[in-house]
Structures are given as structure tokens and as C-alpha cells.
Design a protein around this ligand. Structure first.
Ligand code: GDP
Ligand code: MG
Length: 279
């Protein structure tokens, strides 16, 4: 549930905005995964603006949130090679999102290629191959355990030879060896950077909407390794706790709302804020 209903209730119970109101307000915002900094900031804003009605209160909260969340449109440059490097920890929905993006961009007339640079598990390569087959997308892969950098290099060579416009690059996301993972991603990023125009390379982090506060530390970590351009928010269908997005400060491009290819749409920040505040 969005915290809008709770806000309304909170306000409805009180005749005056006393200290306990502000405590409850901050708690509600923190429970909504907005983080303590945002919660305090919004609470201070409410103090200043002294809303007289429920409606005014939620307007203040909505306005504050709209400064903290933005959307971005990812559109590859036509006739040039673009690379979307898809990042994130295991299980967030990277491979699935690549399948969805392949369908999305192919339907817009782009020539798309998939690169299976999650070489750690055989299943990961097979899963991407299945998406390639189902969406009619060409794929470059090597054997399990091969160097992900070499897969990416091959994919770029192949795309340049064939005139492909977009490489969707899958990556491994195992976290038990953070240092190695980040080094590997930086290496892949360097290989891409050496052959593709920097403005055509997008580093996209996939976050699971149900993970709450954890998403904030994942974003921080990946952003330190490679500067992120956009976020894809997956699993925004079930009981998602997507309030954490307001703490991340990286624009959101797409949301995944289910397991099928059609369950994928451009992120709409107004709609998102409405779903958070329940208005
Ligand atoms: N409900 C739902 N499930 C998703 C979504 N995206 C991915 N999944 C599921 O999450 C699981 C992990 O996805 P996968 O793409 O393999 O994650 P990866 O390890 O990051 O590549 C799979 O069972 C997917 O079907 C989504 O937007 N909504
Ligand atoms: Mg995967």
C-alpha cells in the first residue's frame, strides 16, 4: 500500500499538528522506504507550510517527492552503435529486462544484438538464448566460464560488421565477491568505451522494487564502480516498496510489471508519485 492512506489517516486524527504528529509523519515516511533524510526534510517542509487540510498535506508531500524522482528516455542514436550495459545483483531481473528491451527496441525498428556477458553460469547463457530466440534477436555468446570482456569485444565487432545499432549486454551480478564483480564491470566498461562513442553507452542498473532499502545500497555500489545513467525498476507489480527510489537520485527509464514481454513500460514519475501517495 502507498503511504497516502496512512498520511490521510494521520492528519484526520489530529486537530493540531503537534510533535507527535510530526513523529508519526516521519515514521510513516521511513516505513515507506523514503529514508530518514527525506523524511526529516519533508517533515520540516510540512512544519513550514502548515497544511490545513488532508489535501494540502498530501500536495506538500507530492511536491517534495517530485524533486527527488525523475524519468529518462533511453533512445539509441539511429545509424550508430549504441551499447546498453545492464547491471545489477543476482535475481533482480537483468536477463528478463533484456528480453523485454529487445522486443521494445526491435518494434521501434532498431537492429538489436544481445551479448551474453554473464558467463558465470551455463543457465544464464541459455536463458538469454531463449529470449533471443523468442524475440527474434541475434545473440553473441561464448562458452560458460569465458571472459565476459571477450564476449563484449566480439559482440561489438559483430555489431559493427553487421550494422547493428544496439547491443544489450547482460552481465553477472553475483555479490559474494564484490571487489571482483566491480573490477569485472569496470573492465567491460573500458572495452566498450574504447570502441563506442561515450554518449552512446548507457549503464543501466536493474533494481527489484520489492527489496526496499537494500536497493539504495546496491545503487550506491554500482554507481561507484561505473557511473550509472538510468534505472530499470522490476517487479513493480506485487507488493512493491518502491519508495527507495526517492533516495537514489538516478533517473528511471523503465518499469517491469510482470514476467511477460508486454509487462514493461516507460517510467512515468507522476504516476509513480501517485501510487506512492495514493492520490
Ligand atoms: N513479477 C515480475 N517478475 C520478474 C520481473 N522481472 C523479472 N522477473 C522474474 O525474476 C526472476 C529473476 O529474473 P532474471 O531476469 O533471471 O534476473 P537476473 O538474475 O538479474 O538476470 C525470474 O523468475 C523472472 O521471471 C518483473 O518485472 N515482474
Ligand atoms: Mg541473468
Amino acid at each position: 500500500m502507498g503511504f497516502g492512506a496512512k498520511l490521510a489517516k494521520l492528519f484526520g486524527f489530529r486537530k493540531t499538528l503537534d510533535e507527535s504528529f510530526f513523529e508519526d509523519l516521519e515514521d510513516t515516511l521511513i516505513e515507506g522506504d523514503l529514508g530518514s533524510r527525506n523524511a526529516m526534510e519533508i517533515s520540516d517542509l510540512v512544519r513550514d507550510k502548515k497544511p490545513k487540510t488532508e489535501e494540502e498535506l498530501s500536495d506538500i508531500v507530492r511536491e517534495a517527492l517530485s524533486d527527488k524522482i525523475s524519468s529518462t528516455e533511453l533512445m539509441p542514436v539511429r545509424g550508430e552503435l549504441n551499447v546498453y550495459l545492464v547491471l545489477g545483483v543476482n535475481g533482480v531481473g537483468k536477463t528478463t529486462s533484456i528480453g523485454k528491451m529487445a522486443k521494445y527496441y526491435t518494434s521501434k525498428g532498431y537492429k538489436v544484438l544481445m551479448a551474453a556477458a554473464d558467463t558465470f553460469r551455463a543457465a544464464a547463457i541459455e536463458q538469454l538464448e531463449l529470449h533471443a530466440e523468442r524475440t527474434g534477436t541475434r545473440i553473441v555468446h561464448q562458452a560458460t566460464g569465458s571472459d565476459p570482456g571477450a564476449v563484449v569485444y566480439d559482440a561489438i565487432t559483430s555489431a559493427l560488421a553487421r550494422g547493428d545499432e544496439l547491443i544489450l549486454c547482460d552481465t553477472a551480478g553475483r555479490m559474494h565477491n564484490k571487489e571482483n564483480l566491480m573490477k569485472e564491470l569496470q573492465k567491460i566498461n573500458r572495452i566498450i568505451g574504447a570502441r563506442v562513442k561515450p554518449e552512446n553507452v548507457k549503464k543501466i542498473l536493474v533494481l527489484d522494487a520489492t527489496t526496499g532499502q537494500n536497493a539504495v545500497s546496491q545503487a550506491r555500489l554500482f554507481n561507484e564502480a561505473v557511473k550509472l545513467d538510468a534505472i530499470i525498476l522490476t517487479k513493480y507489480d506485487s507488493q512493491s516498496k518502491a519508495g527507495a527510489l526517492t533516495q537514489i537520485g538516478i533517473p528511471v527509464a523503465f518499469v517491469g510489471t510482470g514476467e511477460h514481454y508486454e509487462d514493461f513500460k516507460k517510467f512515468d514519475s507522476d504516476e509513480y508519485i501517485k501510487s506512492l501517495t495514493g492520490k
